[in-house]
Design a protein around this ligand. Structure first.
Ligand SMILES: NC(=O)C1=CN([C@@H]2O[C@H](COP(=O)(O)OP(=O)(O)OC[C@H]3O[C@@H](n4cnc5c(N)ncnc54)[C@H](OP(=O)(O)O)[C@@H]3O)[C@@H](O)[C@H]2O)C=CC1
Ligand SMILES: Nc1nc(=O)c2c([nH]1)NC[C@@H]1CN(c3ccc(C(=O)N[C@@H](CCC(=O)O)C(=O)O)cc3)C=[N+]21
Ligand SMILES: [Mg+2]
Length: 283
């Protein structure tokens, strides 16, 4: 029997804590406001953006939604970001990724003030994470650390294998596991003997974006498996990078998709917004 790590429950515990904190702050005259920018209308992005708005409403965070047309120019988007950077009422700014192909994602990320970078994607935030300075941490990996901690799973001294090296998931994940004193290996598409490397993991984080890629042959008996992948099939059913049914019996703990890492990403975004408001008010 393995533990099914309940991200839905843990994220709702965190949202409950944040709701209480936001209520307290309001009484002290401090409000929290997140600006969410979506360019174009990719349906998957719209689902996530909606989940973010709902979470804001639940916690008592004001959300401003900017739904810009696909044809928006880079200059128009940069002008909006500049305006939001200067608006003292706005604490967090998020540009939903991916942006349309004609836009420069790197320049957009760098335009957001690090003080409002609740996604933790700005190079200054990334640098702060790696040197241990205060700064915003990418929500998905931060959420995974919370899932482990709140499930009583220790990271200290464990062999951690992260498969995937994207700037928003794999790399910050590795850095956070290192900060928690894990022994960290990062794998990617050039890794030789991927299966053998994964079989050594006490904690395996799957973030490659390939549906049900990891079956029982990739995991050690009793390992902890974190599934970051999210895929929607023709019947609108969600699955992860891990073949849950094949892996679950062999491991000590595993996150499901949906209801695992995804809800935690949203909860950590809310946490970063509250953090941004606290800092802007010198708390
Ligand atoms: N639940 C959540 O909150 C979130 C979920 N996601 C999901 O997580 C998954 C990963 O997202 P993201 O990090 O943005 O993905 P990217 O596509 O940016 O990165 C994928 C990474 O996986 C590596 N990779 C791809 N195929 C293989 C393979 N066969 N063997 C080993 N490594 C491989 C790539 O290697 P290389 O660098 O060599 O190309 C790359 O580093 C997606 O399914 C995404 O939808 C993402 C963000 C949040
Ligand atoms: N600037 C930016 N910041 C992001 O944080 C960001 C982004 N762009 N682009 C896309 C990825 C993906 N992402 C998810 C958020 C919530 C769920 C989530 O709530 N998942 C639910 C299911 C949701 C559903 O029904 O589809 C679950 O797994 O249970 C998933 C994925 C944030 N991302
Ligand atoms: Mg994120």
């Amino acid at each position: 029997m393995s533990l099914r790590i309940d991200g839905k429950k843990i994220s709702s515990d965190i949202k409950e804590e944040l709701k209480e904190q936001v209520k307290q702050l309001k009484e002290e005259g401090v409000s929290v406001c997140l600006a969410v920018i979506q360019v174009g209308n990719d349906p998957a992005s719209s689902v996530y953006v909606n989940n973010k708005k709902k979470a804001c409403a639940y916690i008592g965070i004001e959300s401003q939604a900017y739904e810009l047309p696909e044809e928006t120019t880079q200059e128009e988007l940069l002008a909006l970001i500049d305006r939001l950077n200067k608006d003292d009422h706005v604490n967090g700014i998020l540009v939903q990724l991916p942006v349309p192909a004609h836009m420069d994602e790197k320049e957009i990320i760098q335009a957001i003030s690090p003080a409002k970078d609740v996604d933790g994607f700005h190079p200054q935030s990334v640098g702060a994470l790696s040197t241990g300075e205060p700064g915003f941490v990418s929500c998905t990996p931060a959420g995974i650390i919370q899932l482990l901690k709140r499930s009583g799973i220790s990271i200290d001294g464990k062999d951690c294998v992260v498969v995937g090296r994207s700037n928003i998931v794999g790399k910050p994940m590795a850095m956070l596991l290192l900060r928690e004193n894990g022994t960290v290996t990062i794998c990617h598409s050039h890794t030789k003997n991927l299966k053998e490397v994964c079989q050594r993991a006490d904690i395996l984080v799957a973030a490659i974006g390939k549906p049900k890629f990891f079956d029982e042959s990739y995991v050690k008996d009793g390992a902890v498996v974190i599934d970051v992948g999210i895929h929607r099939n023709a019947e609108n059913k969600l699955c992860g990078d891990v073949d849950y049914d094949k892996v679950a019996d062999k491991v000590s703990a595993i996150t499901p998709v949906p209801g695992g890492v995804g809800p935690m990403t949203i909860a950590m975004l809310m946490n970063n917004c509250v953090e941004a408001a606290l800092r802007m008010n010198n708390r």
